[in-house]
Design a protein around this ligand. Structure first.
Ligand code: NAP
Ligand code: ZN
Ligand code: ZN
Length: 361
């Protein structure tokens, strides 16, 4: 069963890697439609820090015409014959940073799809047949049905979009590391993901510290629900004052160059965890003082499973949580504005590209 949609998709792709700030409107071929595929007509898409890393070739060289975007909300437009998750044409769904996994290995069977060796990210990664995935700054996307997640009706699309990557990226480590009542939790880096981290950690019942490099986000962080605020580059001796405080710290910054992990080690309780979700440029290295690691676990985390995404969406709907989003109509101008402002840190705290129906007629 299908509704009308084009054979070629349209999106905003980076055609000149030296001018990545100005993606151009292009046509591109979607991947082959398989029996488990669904096509989604996109309504809006969040702008993740990863879009910037990818667009500016921080991680690897870009392929020509790469379309980024992996915080996608849209409606189901076409369903493959073997799809059995119950999706129907017209259902509102979200797609995050993953569009494929084998669904058959131990990791997939235990709700760890993000760690499947056959993981395909929503953009810039080849499928097994060589097709390089294209993201959500486009009119349509084609994904494996497992990764199209129904969105509760209580959540408006522009607020649901950033949850699909940014939200789940911080929600999963909070969930897996015991964030809850009676726990002291720090969120480091108050950007798109970090601001959602503050909201979620508070909603899960923890006492929350927002860590930012400077003092300029203090008022916002407290409004978001943080109980305490630390400016790591301005407050003196914060690590001495907070000695032995935290059960969990989740690092949500886009780079670790201004973050001294060794100082965070000092504020952790014995047996507690520092989890980083940072995915910085490939040149960046994590340097640790080996004698500074005193009974603290340091780990990392990648997005979250579909099961965890559903848990997060339920929590957001039930508690009526509101992340802070600024919308920008999608167009060459709009994508450029979002990229420029993300680059300069001028975002409070997530952009969602909207008005797809006006741009893609
Ligand atoms: P963002 O909105 O650009 O926020 C990044 C924040 O990092 C900034 O607001 C800033 O916070 C802090 N920061 C910036 N430059 C820094 C530096 N040089 N040193 C220390 N802190 C710095 O980005 P985002 O969308 O939240 O994404 C954050 C990171 O998560 C990116 O690296 C992204 O690629 C990664 N990511 C990972 C996963 C995963 O699965 N692990 C998934 C999605 C995204 P303050 O001003 O408060 O200091
Ligand atoms: Zn697998
Ligand atoms: Zn992302």
């Amino acid at each position: 069963m299908t509704t009308n949609y084009p054979e070629e998709f349209q999106g905003f792709g980076i055609v000149d890697k030296d001018d990545w700030l100005h993606p151009k409107k292009i046509n591109f071929k979607p991947k082959e439609f398989t029996p488990n595929s669904v096509d989604i007509k996109i309504e809006c898409c969040g702008v993740c820090g990863s879009d910037i890393h990818c667009a500016k070739s921080d991680w690897s060289e870009l392929s020509h015409g790469q379309v980024v975007g992996h915080e996608i909300i849209g409606t189901v437009a076409k369903i493959g014959p073997d799809c059995n998750t119950g999706l129907k044409i017209g259902d509102r769904v979200g797609v995050g940073a993953q569009v494929f996994s084998c669904l058959d290995c131990d990791r997939c069977k235990n709700d760890n799809e993000p760690y499947c060796p056959k993981f395909v990210t929503t953009y810039s990664q080849p499928y097994e047949d060589g097709y390089i995935s294209q993201g959500g700054y486009a009119n349509y996307i084609r994904v494996h049905e497992h990764f199209a997640v129904p969105i509760p009706e209580e959540i408006p699309s522009e607020l649901a979009a950033p949850l699909m990557c940014g939200g789940i990226t911080v929600f999963s480590p909070l969930l897996r590391n015991g964030c809850g009542p009676g726990k002291k939790v720090g969120i480091v880096g108050i950007g798109g993901i970090g601001h959602m981290g503050v909201i979620f950690a508070k909603a899960l019942g923890a006492e929350v510290w927002a860590f930012s490099r400077k003092n300029n986000k203090k008022e916002d962080a407290l409004k978001l629900g943080a109980d305490h605020y630390v400016a790591t580059m301005e407050d003196e001796d914060w690590d001495k004052k907070l000695f032995d405080t935290f059960d969990l710290v989740v690092v949500c910054a886009s780079s670790l160059t201004d973050i001294k992990i060794d100082r965070f080690v000092k504020v952790m309780k014995i047996g507690s965890s520092i989890i980083s979700i940072t995915a910085p440029s490939r040149e960046e290295k994590l340097v640790l003082n080996p004698l500074g690691l005193l009974g603290v676990k340091i780990g990392n985390s990648g997005i979250g499973s579909v099961k965890e995404i559903k848990t997060m969406l339920d929590l957001v709907a039930k508690k009526n949580l509101k992340i802070w989003v600024e919308t920008i109509p999608i167009s060459e101008k709009g994508v450029n504005e979002a990229f420029e402002r993300m680059e300069s840190g001028d975002v409070r705290y997530r952009f969602t590209l909207v008005d797809y129906d006006k741009e893609f007629k």
